[in-house]
Ligand binder design. Structure first.
Ligand SMILES: [Zn+2]
Length: 104
């Protein structure tokens, strides 16, 4: 069986190692905004979360993003990220499917 090197990243909420494309990147921009970065190409310090709402909630509870981004993340921002995640979830899942197709 052929093994493929998949870049792994750690979800900052549940600490699970996952292939990069299974995770959502959250970035702190040079303007100090904290945003979901679906493209993975925005500049700034990044942190990864599983593509699961539960991990957004867990990150909020444990303030995992504050630590990962080395930046205080307000409760409102965590709420906003969770809302944004719900909005982009379909797109994220579609991208994931596509990524899997590329592996064939
Ligand atoms: Zn997680």
């Amino acid at each position: 069986m052929r093994t493929r090197k998949v870049p792994l990243r750690k979800c900052v909420a549940c600490q699970q190692m996952m292939p990069k494309k299974e995770l959502i990147r959250v970035v702190k921009t040079p303007q100090d905004e904290v945003l979901i970065d679906l493209t993975g190409k925005k500049s700034g310090r990044g942190a990864y979360l599983c593509g699961k709402l539960s991990c957004f909630k867990l990150a909020h509870k444990s303030k995992a993003l504050d630590r990962a981004l080395k930046h205080p993340v307000h409760s409102d921002i965590y709420e906003q990220l969770a809302q944004d995640f719900i909005r982009v979830e379909d797109e994220f899942l579609a991208m994931k499917e596509q990524a899997h197709d590329d592996d064939e």
